[in-house]
Structures are given as structure tokens and as C-alpha cells.
Design a protein around this ligand. Structure first.
Ligand SMILES: CC(C)(COP(=O)(O)OP(=O)(O)OC[C@H]1O[C@@H](n2cnc3c(N)ncnc32)[C@H](O)[C@@H]1OP(=O)(O)O)[C@@H](O)C(=O)NCCC(=O)NCCS
Length: 287
């Protein structure tokens, strides 16, 4: 087994492993009432590759592959933003999992964050992943998700929100420093490309939404957080999803249940050197 830095040429191979691994995980964990899991769309794969190339450009020492018999069989991508290290994604080819490959490639990514006081990762439901993160010193906080058709009759009248733009990024980065120890910096570009940025007029919070999913929300207080989440719901399509909600963010559970979304438990937020941020709903890969 060779563990070496990821290169640009590895990105499509890593994307294929990621799609295979997460599809297999979804099939294995499908609830009886849930629709059958789907493979990644071509546009989703392209976005995954573009995001990974961004990590390679900004954090080449955080991105690693495992090679067996000249073939890439696993990878881990991670990045540092000032005082926080984040694991973006991590997978091993199905059929080769559970044999120690993940441990080795994750160790290489963890070493990149060794001097960073805080760490964040959004864990899948795979018990192998949870075991690895626990052994790496991460505390695992259960996550909730709210999803379903929005009851539009309960949407409140909102004031104090507007579209965000490039002039907002500096105070948004300060808010992220306060919540997680580091700014989103260049990651704002990726978030904006995938959706809409909404901010409070008094600069007390922001959220990214694409009409189907709330991607990220950070606020100074729960009133601002609730206002932003209601705005995301008001501008959503018929069905919406708010994932990655820790119990420290119960305000999001209250809003989602008021809008008649269904509440389920899904995955864990892994943290070291910090408590679950609040009011803050993290992004799955850009945390
Ligand atoms: C998570 C993943 C990357 C880990 O890689 P891996 O090569 O399987 O991991 P390892 O074999 O190094 O470690 C797995 C650990 O779980 C244990 N394990 C193996 N099979 C298991 C099972 N079915 N249930 C629980 N634990 C299991 C292993 O013994 C090992 O623990 P140990 O080191 O104490 O012996 C890989 O399983 C995967 O791709 N999963 C699907 C995608 C995913 O969930 N990625 C994580 C995203 S957050």
C-alpha cells in the first residue's frame, strides 16, 4: 500500500470511488419507505471534481490517495482555514473497505491538521467511518435533518433580509472565525456558484440556499438565524431539506417542525478542540 499526495490526474478516479462508496452506503442504509438511492448526476460529479481541484490548489498537503497494485483505491481530502482543519471527504473502494486502507490515508490527512487547534468533519452513517473518527480523537455529535413539503400557510412576514454580495464576505468571514475558528474565504465562491446568498441587513448572519437545500447558515444570535431560515423556506421550491443540525441548534428544529417538515436523525458532526457551533448549520464538505 502506497500513500501519496493526490494529483490532478487522480481527481476523476477519486470521484468514481466516492460515487461508488456513497451509493453502496445509501443502498445498505435505505429505509423501507425511502425512494431508491440514485447514482450521482453528471453535473454533481463535475461539481465534486471542481471542488476537489480547489482543495488541491489551496491545500495540496491535505489531499492524499491510497494506491494498491498501481490503482487508486482510496482517498481523503482536507483543508485548513486559519485555526480549523476540516475533512472534506474520505472514501475507500467498496470491496476493499474494513481492511485498514482508510486508516492509513486518513492518517496522512490528519497529519496536515496536527498543528491546527480545531477540527471538523461531517461523518456519514458508516460505522467504519465513525470508528476511524473516534480513534482519531474526534467527539461525535448526532445530527438531525428536516425535510419534506413546506406548509406555506405558516411562513411569517419577514423584514431585515436582503441578497448578499461580495461586499458582505469580510464580515461573514469574521462570523465564521468566531464560530469555527476560520473563515470560508475562497469557499464562498463555490457556495455562491451553487446557490443564493441571503444576509440580514444588520449583518448579523448569512445563509446559502439553492431552493432545495440549505447549504450553510451562520448567525450572531438565534433571532437572526430564525429569520434567515424562514427566508430560505419562503424562497424554496415545494420540498426542502435542512441537514446537519446539531442539538445545539434547536432553533432550526423548531422552525422546521413549524413548517411541517419531517425530522430524522442522520450522521454525526465530528469535532475536536471545539463544541458544536451555534447558531450555525454547517456545510457537509466545506463545514
Ligand atoms: C469510511 C471508510 C473511508 C473507511 O475506510 P476503511 O478502509 O473501510 O477503514 P479501516 O478499515 O481503516 O477502518 C475501519 C474500522 O472499522 C472496523 N470495521 C470494519 N468493518 C466494520 C463494520 N461492518 N462495522 C463496524 N466496524 C467495522 C475495522 O475493524 C476498523 O477498526 P479498527 O481499526 O479498530 O480495526 C470506508 O469504509 C468507506 O469508504 N465508507 C463509505 C463512504 C463513507 O462513509 N465515507 C466516510 C465519509 S464521512
Amino acid at each position: 500500500m502506497l500513500i501519496r499526495p493526490m494529483t490532478d490526474a487522480d481527481v476523476p478516479l477519486a470521484e468514481g470511488i466516492s460515487d461508488d462508496a456513497f451509493f453502496a452506503l445509501d443502498v445498505a442504509n435505505r429505509l423501507p419507505a425511502a425512494p431508491p438511492p440514485e447514482r450521482r448526476s453528471a453535473s454533481h460529479s463535475a461539481a465534486w471534481e471542481a471542488r476537489t481541484r480547489g482543495f488541491l490548489a489551496s491545500d495540496p498537503d491535505g489531499c492524499w490517495v491510497a494506491v494498491q497494485d498501481d490503482e487508486v483505491v482510496g482517498f481523503a481530502t482536507s483543508f485548513r482555514r486559519e485555526r480549523v482543519w476540516c475533512l472534506a471527504t474520505f472514501a475507500v473502494r467498496p470491496g476493499l473497505q474494513g481492511a485498514g486502507i482508510g486508516a492509513q490515508v486518513l492518517d496522512a490527512a490528519l497529519a496536515y491538521g496536527a498543528d491546527t487547534p480545531r477540527g471538523m468533519l461531517a461523518a456519514s452513517v458508516d460505522p467504519r467511518a465513525l470508528r476511524r473518527y473516534h480513534l482519531a480523537g474526534f467527539r461525535l455529535h448526532p445530527q438531525l435533518a428536516l425535510h419534506g413539503a413546506i406548509d406555506r400557510s405558516v411562513l411569517p412576514a419577514l423584514t431585515g433580509v436582503r441578497e448578499g454580495d461580495a461586499d458582505d464576505l469580510a464580515w461573514m468571514d469574521d462570523l465564521d472565525r468566531a464560530h469555527r475558528g476560520g473563515p470560508h474565504g475562497a469557499d464562498h465562491e463555490r457556495l455562491l456558484a451553487a446557490g443564493r446568498l441571503v444576509v440580514t441587513t444588520d449583518r448579523s448572519g448569512y445563509a446559502y440556499t439553492n431552493g432545495r437545500v440549505m447549504a450553510l447558515l451562520a448567525a450572531r444570535d438565534e433571532d437572526a438565524a430564525r429569520t434567515l431560515l424562514w427566508e430560505c423556506l419562503a424562497s424554496a421550491e415545494e420540498r426542502y431539506e435542512i441537514a446537519h443540525v446539531t442539538s445545539a441548534n434547536y432553533w432550526a428544529v423548531e422552525v422546521g417542525l413549524t413548517a411541517r417538515l419531517d425530522l430524522v436523525a442522520r450522521g454525526h458532526l465530528g469535532l475536536r478542540g471545539m463544541d458544536p457551533p451555534s447558531p450555525y448549520v454547517h456545510h457537509g464538505a466545506l463545514l
